[in-house]
Design a protein around this ligand. Structure first.
Ligand SMILES: NC(=O)c1ccc[n+]([C@@H]2O[C@H](COP(=O)([O-])OP(=O)(O)OC[C@H]3O[C@@H](n4cnc5c(N)ncnc54)[C@H](O)[C@@H]3O)[C@@H](O)[C@H]2O)c1
Length: 319
């Protein structure tokens, strides 16, 4: 495959660092942008000094950012737009900043990408765009202007995905619950899997909000990276590229109780769960309809158990 120059915004984050590593491993050059708002330099330690990586510590809200990067890297041809305010509670406290970063900055970058003739633009959408959708599995067309979003986070992601769809170019991948190494367990807003693993390895009781029957569609991070490569036409197997909006998940729901039991077994933690009242705004079930992305040739390669084992192994190595 021809060597591409790719821009990854959010390269110091959980998903962005995995995507960057894979692109470099495949022989591409990555221009990484991150302002370290919720990402870490240590997430990039596998590639920070690689000759095919150049890091720019800068915000995506910087005026004419893409124009300057294109001047510095004239062959830049693929954009992965991951940088975002990702914390739902933070977005509730900072709605304007969330809209400025998650929608406005992304919109300016997308418009500049069209003007500059960049071939592929892939956006990180989210299941939060569906609000409290009760029809399961959730289909792409269920996110409409009528949906009541719980947070500026969900609203900003929806606003950009629908803007992109109307433009007729670019791709938004709507991710459900992603897990894997480098997901930050110390953040109070971090994913349930990283928190459960942390509880398990520290021998602490696992806190479950509600009765634990609520379920989520969990996808391992390397499968997320596969979907990115497909969307941008960089898949070694030749799948893609994709235009429009695609759910990315497994299509299976796993209950929080089932997750807690599996993590307990795999970390050899005692089966002690502390039940706390359901959190306001938490949705009961979330599961993707994956027929659209499946038709494009995507299917998860890592089973839930194998993904958990890899994540636990990584968490252990960090202790
Ligand atoms: N993790 C999930 O389960 C999940 C699910 C759905 C969608 N997503 C989306 O995937 C993307 C990556 O999420 P993640 O889980 O890796 O989160 P993350 O917080 O680890 O990564 C986000 C990165 O964006 C950077 N960033 C934030 N604001 C920035 C700005 N103004 N300029 C430059 N960089 C900035 C952060 O420093 C961080 O490194 C996000 O867009 C998120 O909304 C994640």
């Amino acid at each position: 495959m021809t060597k591409k120059i790719c821009l990854v915004t959010g390269c110091a984050g959980f998903i962005g660092s995995h995507l960057t590593q894979r692109l470099i491993d495949l022989g591409h050059f990555v221009v990484g942008v991150d302002n370290l708002f919720s990402g870490y330099v240590h997430n990039m330690e596998g590639f920070l000094d690689h000759p095919d990586f150049k890091f720019h510590e800068i915000s995506i809200t910087e005026e004419d950012l893409l124009e300057s990067l294109k001047e510095a890297y004239p062959d830049l041809d693929v954009i992965f737009q991951l940088a975002a305010i990702v914390s739902v509670p933070y977005s509730v406290e900072h709605p304007k900043l969330t809209m400025d970063v998650n929608f406005e900055a992304a919109r300016k970058m997308f418009e500049a990408s069209i003007t500059l003739g960049i071939s592929h633009f892939v956006f990180a959408g989210s299941a939060a765009e569906y609000g409290n959708e009760e029809r399961l599995p959730v289909r792409e067309k269920y996110a409409t202007d009528e949906v009541k979003h719980f947070s500026p986070y969900g609203a900003s992601k929806y606003k950009f995905s629908s803007f992109l769809e109307k433009s007729g170019s670019g791709c938004s991948l709507r991710f459900f619950n992603i897990f894997g190494p480098r997901q930050d367990p110390t953040s109070q807003y971090s994913g349930v899997i990283s928190r459960f693993i942390d509880f398990g390895l520290d021998g602490k009781n696992m806190v479950i909000f509600g009765d634990g029957t609520q379920s989520r569609d969990f996808l391992y991070v390397s499968d997320v990276v596969d979907s990115y490569l497909i969307a941008a036409g960089l898949d070694p197997l030749g799948r893609g590229p994709l235009t429009g909006i695609y759910n990315v998940g497994t299509g299976n729901g796993i209950s929080i109780l089932e997750l807690a039991n599996t993590v307990s077994a795999l970390t050899a933690a005692p089966l002690e769960f502390v039940f706390k009242p359901e959190r306001v705004g938490d949705i009961k079930h979330s599961r993707a309809d994956v027929s659209k992305i499946s038709a494009a040739g995507f299917s998860p390669a890592v089973s839930f158990d194998d993904g958990l084992k890899k994540t636990i192994e990584w968490s252990r190595s960090c202790k």
